[in-house]
Design a protein around this ligand. Structure first.
Ligand SMILES: *[C@@H]1O[C@H](CO)[C@@H](O)[C@H](O)[C@H]1NC(C)=O
Ligand SMILES: *[C@@H]1O[C@H](CO)[C@@H](O)[C@H](O)[C@H]1NC(C)=O
Ligand SMILES: *[C@@H]1O[C@H](CO)[C@@H](O)[C@H](O)[C@H]1NC(C)=O
Length: 371
């Protein structure tokens, strides 16, 4: 696992070439003022956006039906012209999590965060359509999750470092104690109070995917993987700007940063096990919500939708939730359906113990964190 992680990072960096920016440019708000004129909902995507970003061709492939706004941090040499889906734009250069850290400390953030319930921190190379994103946010909200991610599509071109995040088409969602850092969705409260503060010392973000569920105390529901939809994280991209191109002043390389974060937040064996989980529990599934269960309310929704005019290209669930003011109805129907179908609910508390639960131990027992 560790070797695969390192190999993947090395591959990403090999692809990055030598021209990764190593000079930091402080983040500034570049669009004069915030504008919510084109705002499309209470979901926000906060994303560092580079010259090769796929956001425009994939996240906004059906921009008019989106239920989210975008807040970009352009790390291109020059800030590009603002996009209609954006409420404003930042510009700066530096390690991804330092860019995010600076945005959360900016003056504009105070006006931004109260307007949103959920936030996705997305890498700009993740391919996911407007519909995928709408569904991700809708399911996140409907299941009252606090931290989640779309699963990764099973495809030879998808780069995977943690197999657990690959899509399982039998399921709708899975409750797990693990969510990767490449496209986490979280409530605005969790971003402001738990996740955001961990950016202070983060460069590559290594280790944070273990730290966040720990700080959230490993709830048995609330954190998980959304199997109903999947995203593509391409294994290799020509000209990708390497996020590892900066040296962490306290921790050194990505590996050192992992150790640093694990120690900073006290993820000792005892602390983690005190919550009844294995150390570094990336292979545990607490509970499956199967497709069979999740489709049950969709039948009820279908009847409801038949009586209402709505946009034809969306799925029944999305059509109801996309209708103005009908979010509560979709949620109510889904919850009612879930309750009604609870006799059929096939919940399985399944613990897949990793082959070697201490597999990441070398990170901890090595000579320690550099000063
Ligand atoms: C809103 O979107 C339209 C096109 O979709 C664009 O022409 C306009 O500039 C946008 N308004 C703002 C304030 O961004
Ligand atoms: C949603 O989750 C929060 C904690 O994250 C909890 O306080 C609240 O009661 C939950 N609501 C429902 C309807 O489950
Ligand atoms: C997919 O999820 C089902 C439960 O719905 C589980 O039984 C099965 O083992 C999972 N498949 C894989 C490949 O993890």
């Amino acid at each position: 696992m560790v070797m695969r992680l390192l190999a993947l990072a090395a591959l990403a960096c090999a692809m990055a070439g030598k021209d990764a920016p190593r000079r930091m440019v402080p983040v500034t708000f570049t669009t004069g003022s915030l504008t919510f004129a084109n705002s499309s909902g209470r979901n926000l995507i906060l994303a560092p956006i580079g010259a090769n970003s796929v956001h425009f061709i994939s996240w906004l492939d059906d921009a008019d039906s989106r239920t989210f706004d975008i807040l970009p941090i352009y790390y291109t040499p020059q800030p590009p012209t603002p996009c209609p889906a954006c409420i404003g734009a930042y510009h700066g250069q530096g390690p991804k999590f330092q860019l995010l850290h600076q945005v959360l400390r900016s003056q504009q953030w105070q006006a931004i965060h109260p307007r949103y319930d959920a936030v996705m921190l997305a890498d700009d190379d993740i391919i996911m359509s407007t519909h995928t994103l709408n569904e991700a946010f809708r399911i996140f909200g409907t299941f009252n999750m606090t931290l989640a991610q779309p699963t990764l599509c099973r495809h030879p071109q998808v780069g995977v470092s943690h197999g657990v995040v690959l899509q399982n088409q039998s399921n709708f969602i899975r409750y797990t104690p693990f969510v990767e850092i490449m496209m986490p969705i979280m409530t605005m409260d969790v971003l402001n109070s738990v996740v955001g503060p961990t950016f202070e010392d983060a460069y590559t973000g290594w280790g944070l995917d273990f730290v966040w569920p720990f700080l959230l105390k490993y709830p048995r529901r609330g954190i998980g993987l959304i199997d109903a939809i999947c995203a593509i994280h391409p294994k290799s991209q020509a000209g990708k700007v390497c996020p590892y191109g900066f040296t962490h002043p306290k921790a050194g390389d990505a590996r050192g940063e992992f150790k640093y974060m694990i120690m900073k937040y006290g993820l000792t064996d005892d602390a983690v096990e005190s919550y009844g989980v294995d150390t570094y529990p990336q292979d545990i599934t607490w509970e499956f919500v199967t497709l069979e269960v999740a489709r049950r309310p969709a039948v009820t929704l279908q009847q409801q939708v038949e009586e209402e005019p709505s946009s034809p290209q969306l799925s029944p669930l999305a059509r109801v939730s996309a209708g103005p003011g009908s979010d509560w109805r979709a949620t109510a129907f889904l919850l009612t359906g879930l309750l009604a179908g609870s006799a059929m609910l096939r919940r399985r508390l399944t613990r897949h113990r990793p082959q070697n639960p201490r597999i990441l131990q070398p990170f901890m027992s090595a000579e320690g964190v550099k000063p």
